[in-house]
Design a protein around this ligand. Structure first.
Ligand code: NAP
Length: 496
C-alpha cells in the first residue's frame, strides 16, 4: 500500500516528505499542497510546499554530488540503474495505486506505466554503456591546408545538474525518461514532479533511494509549479532543463538562461483518412488514439481529417465503438475516467459549447458529472470552431470532412503544434508523400500517433517542442562533446 512498508519513510502520517541529501524531509515552510483525487474531488494526499532555501540547498548538493558521480565508472552507474529498475518493477502495485488516486489513470494502465518505466531505466543503462563508451578519432589532413599533425579525440561529458519537470499524465514514465539518461551520462538530477502525480513520483524516487545512489545526486522538491517553478527554471545552478508539459514550456524557454533545453510540449495530432483506407482499422485506431486515458495524452488523435466520400461510413463505425466504451472510476478500469481537474473539465466544456453554438454535429449527447466527461465525437467541425485547433486534453474528438489530400495537409500544417500525425491509406507511395508534407515530428502510417516504444526518437516541431527525446537522443542531449587535440611536431602518416 502507498506510504507504508518499504515506503513508510516517505510519509509522516499526514503529508508526504520531499527528498534531499539522501533523506526524506518535511519542509521548513510548514505548508503543504493538497492533491485532489479527480474521481472523488476530495483531498487524497498532501505534499510539502518546498521553499526557495530548500531549492538552493538541493542545487548545491546536486553540484557537489555530480562531481564524484562523473568519476564513477560507467558500468557502475549502469549497475545502479538496473537495480533501481528492478526495485521499481517490484513495487509496481503501490505506485500504480497512487496513479489511480492522483490522476485517475485506469488501474491496468497505471501498472503498465510503472513496468514500462522500469524497462526504460534498464534500456537506458544498456544504451548508455554503449554510446557513452564510444568517442571519435579525427585526423587533421582531411581538411584542406593541413598535414597530419593533429589527432583529435572526442568524448561525451556530462552537463552537470539536470532539472527535470514532467507533466501529470505520465508522471512516472516521463520522470524516469529524464532521470535515467541524466544519471547514466554522469549528471545529477533535481526533479520537480507535477502536483497531480507528485506522490507517484515520490514513491518512484524512493526506489532510486533504495537502489543506493549517492546522497544529493537525486533530489525531489515538491510544490506548485506556479509558486516554485520560476525559481527552479531560472536557478543559476541548473545546467539543463528537460521539461514535458503544455504552454508552460514556451514560457520557460523564454526565461531560462543559456543552457540546453529539451521541451516536449502539446500537440494537435491530425489523423488523415484517405478513400482507400481500411475503415475498420481506422476506427479502432481512432478509439485507441483519441480516447485512451480519456484523451489526456500528448499524442492523442486530436482531430480527424477524413475524405468526404468515406466520412459517413467512418463516423458510423467510430460511433458504434464509442457506444461500447465504459465510463466510470479508474479503480474499475473504465475506458473513460474523470479528467485530471475541475478546471480541465471546464475548459473541455468550453470547447464543446463553442462547437455547439457554431453548428457541429453531436454524435452523442454531451454528458458530464463532476470531472467525468462521457466520450464525444463531434462531426462536421469547421475551422472557425476552437476545437478544430485547440488541444482539449479530454475525451472529445472533432471530425473535419475534407475534399482533397491537400486540404488535410493544409489543416495539419496551419496548426501551431507539430507533434505527431497519422495517415491511413493502402497506398504506401501516397503515405510517404503525405508524411513528408506534414510538418510534425513524427508521422505514423496506418496507426494512431504514439510516444513509444521509448527508444524511438520523439520530438515536436513549432510549439510542440525543442530537441528530441527517446533513450539515445536524451542521453546525447544531456551530454556535451569534449575534444582533446594532440599536436605532433611533425606530420605522421600511418604506415607511410
Ligand atoms: P503543464 O501545466 O504545462 O505542467 C507541466 C509541469 O510544469 C508540471 O510539473 C507543472 O507543475 C510544472 N509547472 C507549472 N508551472 C510552472 C512554472 N512556472 N515553471 C516550471 N514548471 C511549472 O502541463 P500538464 O497539464 O501537466 O500536462 C499536459 C500537457 O502536457 C499537454 O499540453 C500535453 O500535450 C503535454 N504533454 C506533452 C508530451 C510530449 O512529450 N510532447 C507528453 C505528455 C504531455 P504543477 O503540476 O505543480 O503545476
Amino acid at each position: 500500500m502507498a506510504g507504508t512498508g518499504a515506503f513508510a519513510d516517505i510519509f509522516d502520517g499526514d503529508a508526504y516528505k520531499y527528498y534531499s541529501d539522501g533523506e526524506w524531509k518535511k519542509s521548513s515552510s510548514g505548508k503543504t499542497v493538497a492533491i485532489i483525487n479527480p474521481t472523488t474531488r476530495k483531498t487524497q494526499y498532501k505534499v510539502q510546499a518546498c521553499t526557495q532555501e530548500e531549492v538552493n540547498k538541493v542545487m548545491d548538493l546536486a553540484k557537489t554530488a555530480q562531481k564524484s558521480w562523473a568519476k564513477t565508472p560507467l558500468w557502475k552507474r549502469a549497475e545502479l540503474l538496473h537495480k533501481a529498475a528492478a526495485i521499481l518493477k517490484e513495487h509496481k502495485a503501490p505506485i500504480a495505486e497512487c496513479l489511480v488516486k492522483e490522476i485517475a489513470k485506469p488501474a491496468k494502465d497505471s501498472v503498465t506505466e510503472v513496468v514500462r518505466s522500469g524497462d526504460l531505466v534498464s534500456y537506458c543503462a544498456e544504451e548508455g554503456v554503449r554510446i557513452l563508451g564510444e568517442g571519435k578519432f579525427l585526423v587533421s589532413d582531411s581538411f584542406p591546408g593541413n598535414e597530419r599533425t593533429k589527432y583529435c579525440l572526442t568524448s561525451k561529458v556530462p552537463l552537470g545538474v539536470i532539472l527535470a519537470i514532467p507533466p501529470f499524465n505520465y508522471p512516472v514514465n516521463l520522470a524516469v525518461s529524464k532521470i535515467a539518461p541524466a544519471l547514466i551520462a554522469g549528471n545529477s538530477l533535481v526533479l520537480k514532479p507535477p502536483t497531480q502525480g507528485a506522490v507517484s513520483c515520490l514513491h518512484m524516487v524512493h526506489c532510486f533511494h533504495l537502489a543506493g545512489f549517492p546522497k544529493g545526486l537525486i533530489s525531489c522538491v515538491t510544490g506548485k509549479g506556479s509558486e516554485i517553478g520560476d525559481f527552479l527554471t531560472m536557478h543559476p545552478g541548473v545546467n539543463c532543463i528537460s521539461f514535458t508539459g503544455g504552454d508552460t514550456g514556451i514560457a520557460i524557454s523564454k526565461k531560462a538562461g543559456m543552457i540546453p533545453l529539451q521541451m516536449e510540449l502539446g500537440g494537435k495530432d491530425a489523423c488523415i483518412v484517405l478513400e482507400d483506407a481500411d475503415l475498420d482499422l481506422v476506427a479502432s485506431n481512432i478509439i485507441k488514439g483519441g480516447f485512451s486515458y480519456s484523451g489526456q495524452r500528448c499524442t492523442a488523435v486530436k482531430v480527424v481529417l477524413v475524405m468526404e466520400s468515406v466520412a459517413d461510413a467512418l463516423v458510423e463505425k467510430v460511433k458504434a465503438k464509442v457506444a461500447k466504451l465504459t465510463v466510470g472510476a479508474p479503480e474499475d478500469d473504465s475506458d473513460i475516467t474523470p479528467v485530471v481537474s475541475e478546471s480541465s473539465a471546464n475548459f473541455i466544456e468550453g470547447l464543446v459549447k463553442d462547437a455547439k453554438e457554431k453548428g457541429a454535429t453531436f454524435c452523442q449527447e454531451y454528458k458530464r458529472e463532476g470531472n467525468l466527461i462521457w466520450p464525444l465525437l463531434l462531426d462536421n467541425v469547421r475551422p472557425d470552431m476552437r476545437i478544430a485547433w485547440e488541444e482539449p486534453f479530454g475525451p472529445v474528438l472533432p471530425v473535419i470532412r475534407i475534399n482533397s489530400i491537400e486540404e488535410g495537409i493544409h489543416h495539419c500544417n496551419a496548426s501551431n503544434f507539430g507533434l505527431q500525425g497519422c495517415v491511413f491509406t493502402k497506398d504506401v507511395n501516397k503515405a510517404i508523400l503525405i508524411s513528408d508534407a506534414m510538418e510534425t515530428g513524427t508521422v505514423q502510417i496506418n496507426s494512431a500517433p504514439a510516444r513509444g516504444p521509448d527508444h524511438f526518437p520523439f520530438q515536436g516541431l513549432k510549439d510542440s517542442g525543442i530537441g528530441s527525446q527517446g533513450v539515445t537522443n536524451s542521453i546525447n542531449m544531456m551530454t556535451k562533446i569534449k575534444t582533446t587535440v594532440i599536436n605532433l611536431p611533425t606530420p605522421s602518416y600511418t604506415m607511410g
